[in-house]
Design a protein around this ligand. Structure first.
Ligand SMILES: Nc1ncnc2c1ncn2[C@@H]1O[C@H](COP(=O)(O)OP(=O)(O)OP(=O)(O)O)[C@@H](O)[C@H]1O
Length: 279
């Protein structure tokens, strides 16, 4: 069913702190948590590797502090990684570790290849721009200059995420949390990116609003066949969206496989606790 991965993540590491001989010697150290008890360095990501295939939804689940957001920040170039490699299967980026590209090339990837929906809409939206202006800004950043095309596409996107067009001139700061996430999703999709990252997009929303945002994400996946990385601490969200999943604990991947398989036969003790908590 799957061909070459569209995204390959290899040996991603992120340390907060310089490390010391004690914690940098992997062979002799079993880091209880994700920090070194000698020097205090936080090892937020420890040798994280995975592939994302075209059209699939990959879930990343783990408790608070397991490194999920740090990983997305690294992939989206919001934060520099300590080491590791990331490859994107697009002709213009062939065989290049995108973590080492110039800031201009990274901007190109953020504009054309990646879409990002943050947990906190303040990070993804300009709250003082109109909703349609937020989408237009992203399209202009990607080099679109035809105003009528931008307007047409922005309206189409807002309609697709069920924002009434009579409210398109309103600032997202006047919207409910669920509506803000919808505008973020529309903005993230504006340049037809092949890869979409979603970071805890339903956390903090009412249950009924959560359900409608999750339905929207499923609809987008069905219609656009976009590859998605969905990060959540909530296994119920991952169960609903993801074909394949990765379970993280203390900065490491402790389990990965088909989501159904993980749910039916969790191997790691931590995953077992997560699965039983759904019952
Ligand atoms: N700027 C920082 N300085 C030091 N440690 C940090 C910094 N940012 C994150 N961390 C640590 O890195 C680890 C991973 O954090 P991260 O936010 O990625 O986890 P998470 O799984 O996304 O959790 P949450 O869902 O609560 O955001 C945590 O131990 C966190 O305290």
């Amino acid at each position: 069913m799957y061909e070459t991965p569209i995204l390959q993540v290899k040996h991603l590491q992120k340390q907060f702190g310089k490390g010391c001989p004690h914690c940098l010697d992997k062979a002799s150290v079993d880091l209880e948590k994700n920090y070194c008890t000698v020097c205090g360095t936080v090892h937020a990501l420890r040798d994280v590797s995975f592939d994302l295939y075209p059209g699939e939804v990959l879930g990343i689940v783990g408790e608070s502090g397991s490194g999920k957001s740090t990983m997305l920040q690294g992939l989206y170039f919001d934060s520099d990684m300590t080491s590791g490699e990331v490859y994107i299967n697009q002709p213009e980026l062939a065989d290049q570790n995108v973590l080492t590209l110039s800031s201009q090339q990274k901007r190109y990837i953020r504009n054309y290849i990646y879409g990002m929906v943050y947990q906190n809409p303040v990070q993804g939206l300009k709250m003082k721009f109109s909703s349609i202006g937020n989408i237009a800004e992203k399209m202009i950043a990607a080099g679109n200059r035809n105003v009528s095309n931008i307007e047409k596409r922005s309206k189409e996107l807002l309609e697709n995420v069920h924002i009434p067009l009579r409210r398109m001139k309103e600032e997202p700061q006047n919207f409910s949390g669920g509506m803000q996430q919808r505008v973020q999703i529309a903005k993230a999709l504006s340049n037809n990116p092949p890869i979409l990252f979603l970071d805890e997009v339903t956390t903090g929303l009412d249950l009924s609003v959560q359900a409608s945002v999750l339905d929207l994400i499923k609809q987008i996946q069905r219609e656009l066949h976009i590859s998605m990385v969905v990060v959540s601490h909530d296994l119920a969200v991952i169960r609903m969206l993801a074909d394949r999943s990765i379970v993280m604990l203390n900065g490491e991947i402790i389990e990965n496989g088909l989501t159904d398989q993980i749910l039916e036969d969790p191997q790691h003790e931590y995953t077992q606790q997560l699965v039983y908590s759904l019952l």
